[in-house]
Design a protein. Structure first.
Length: 571
């Protein structure tokens, strides 16, 4: 257990209780500057003339070096300072994955501000909630995304935008909001033009930007993300500067990436996992972030081949869409080396990668991962776990009812604290976010062993209780998602007079695919304990499958769907 002993300062074997203390952050190798702006400055000093990002769309290719990204970010910072932005001001970004998103994100940090990432999947009601809850002072937006006209949406939410000028704009609905800047489309009303707004910062000297950056500390506010709730409006989650920087530095080490990585995703940077993993693997290695505004299977296959992507970050249902593309057979995926949950991609004849993502556990509240061992660890090191707390973190397992720490090996709720833990939820008191010892209690079930390894057992609220045993739907869904032809899946518990709950998997096939339910169940029987194997697999239509705007499944609605389909089958 030498690998684990190097990572854990206090293990449950020492006390008999489910409490694990990792080594201090100061002992973690490879951690550089711990502010967002300091991170960009450090990677620019290391890799300046190398290609940092590329935007390959519509027959045009835009490439920025690290030096260019630094200059573009400083231009945005100057524009913010020119309009009088105060330190700590919240600046919203409503954009797809494009160069301007990253220049805005880093520019806000260089000016001492706090970036607020807003989802381009937002409905009018959701967007109004995001703007109000975050109290942003300035909104930097992409005027149109696919069929959504965000300028028109904002004018509907706040009519003063169309009726006033940038100089006279004041919002009754969003009293904190003062400035809106649109990328693309003609400026109108109170909304400023992107290029003209950025040009307004020319009179701000470089020393003013440097002075702002020098004032920022690792513990200062860095950014705000919103969770994608399945039953309520999204929650705002505030993170420190160091939460971003630490994770950016550590992803390549944990993934075993030593060469410059060309990192791609078709998922928005307004989700913390994407901006954490893709920026970290790309920029911390001297590699490149390959941008795609939104996921499109045909375009993804073209961009991956054209830009020789080595790391593709997505989800199994997106890999199923790649397989269903008419361009799949002729695609060149030979450059790929790292694909999380990539079994479907690895099946392509040109792909020779055999990398497996090391087991990690994380949440938006911990700015992605908080437990792991790393790619260098063996199966014996992991022993089926999700690793140990990462440096600087402390983990405990508590009884969900009494909140007391349980004995080693006992089941309970996983709680975590450390340097990448959120500062809190917007509008919530600290006592509503953390327990008395400062831990965030995740709502995830699990246990730890004597060596300090964490064994995740799924969401406590989603757990299926069948025949007295607990079943985590996620364990089944990950296997189903990698079955050929499956687009998305959700396993639920349906009331059963004998078992209490019966395990049922609902899935949606990709267009034209035929799913052999019996063959799938046979496949699962070889990989799951018997009580976890679904009693039924139900093939559903896309329009019946309840998902949120970011394709997050609503388990309660899927349970209702399963009950209805089973009742129809029994009738």
């Amino acid at each position: 257990m030498s690998v684990l002993s190097d990572l854990v300062r206090e293990a449950p074997g020492d006390s008999g209780l489910s409490r694990v203390v990792a080594i201090p952050l100061a002992e973690e190798p490879g951690i550089g500057a711990r502010t967002i702006g300091g991170y960009l400055r450090e990677v620019t000093e290391r890799f300046g003339p190398a290609e940092a990002l590329v935007f390959n769309e519509g027959g045009e290719r835009l490439s920025w070096t690290y030096d260019a990204l630094w200059d573009e970010a400083r231009t945005t910072a100057r524009a913010l300072l020119a309009q009088g932005m105060e330190p700590g001001a919240r600046i919203g970004i409503l954009m797809t994955n494009r160069p301007e998103f990253l220049s805005a994100f880093f520019g806000i940090a260089l000016a001492g501000g706090v970036a607020v990432a807003l989802s381009t999947f937002s409905t009018p009601e959701e967007l109004a909630h995001l703007i109000s809850a975050s109290e942003i002072r300035t909104l930097l937006l992409e005027a149109r995304v696919l069929k959504t006209d965000f300028v028109a949406m904002l004018e509907d939410l706040e009519p003063a935008l169309a009726a006033t000028s940038p100089e006279t704009f004041a919002s009754a609905r969003f009293p904190a909001l003062r400035t809106l800047v649109a990328l693309g489309g003609a400026p109108r009303g109170a909304i400023r033009d992107w290029a003209a707004w950025r040009a307004g910062g020319k009179g701000v000297c470089a020393g003013d930007v440097d002075a702002r950056l020098a004032q920022v500390t690792p513990e200062d506010p860095g950014g705000i993300f919103f969770s994608s709730g399945t039953t309520s409006l999204p929650k705002g989650i505030a993170h420190s500067q160091q939460a971003f920087a630490i994770q950016w530095w550590r992803w390549p080490r944990l993934f075993g990436m030593t060469e410059p990585v060309r990192a791609w995703t078709g998922n928005g940077f307004f989700w913390s996992g994407n901006i954490s993993m893709v920026v970290g693997t790309g920029l911390s290695t001297g590699g490149c972030v390959v941008l795609q505004r939104y996921f499109d299977a045909d375009e993804a296959l073209r961009v991956i081949a054209a830009e020789k992507v080595t790391f593709a970050n997505g989800r199994p249902h997106q890999w199923a869409r790649l397989q269903a593309s008419p361009n799949w057979g002729g695609a060149d995926l030979s450059s790929l080396r790292h694909v999380p949950r990539g079994e479907l991609v690895y099946a392509h004849p040109t792909c020779t990668a055999d990398w497996e993502v090391p087991q990690t556990f994380g949440t938006t509240e911990t700015m992605s991962l908080c437990t792991s061992i790393g790619h260098h660890a063996s199966e014996e090191d992991y022993a089926g776990s999700y690793g140990v707390p990462l440096p600087g973190n402390e983990l405990k397992i508590v009884d969900p009812e009494t909140r007391e720490v349980v004995p080693v090996g006992a089941h309970g709720e996983m709680c975590i604290k450390g340097p990448t833990l959120m500062s809190g939820y917007l509008g919530k008191r600290p006592e509503d976010c953390f327990d008395a010892q400062g831990f965030y209690c995740t709502g995830d079930g699990g246990r730890v062993d004597a060596q300090g390894r964490f064994f995740w057992e799924g969401r406590l609220t989603a757990m299926i209780k069948t025949g007295g045993a607990n079943v985590a739907p996620e364990e089944i869904d990950e296997l189903v998602a990698n079955w050929p032809g499956v687009k998305r899946a959700q396993t639920v518990g349906v009331a059963d007079p004998l078992l209490g709950e019966r395990v049922v998997t609902c899935l949606v096939p990709i267009a034209g695919a035929v799913i052999d339910e019996d063959a799938l169940i046979t496949h699962l029987k070889a990989r799951l304990a018997s009580f976890k194997v679904p009693r039924q697999v139900l093939v559903c239509r896309e329009e019946d499958f309840a998902i949120t705007g970011n394709e997050k499944v609503k388990p309660a609605a899927i349970r209702t769907l399963a009950e209805r389909l089973l009742a129809q089958g029994a009738a």
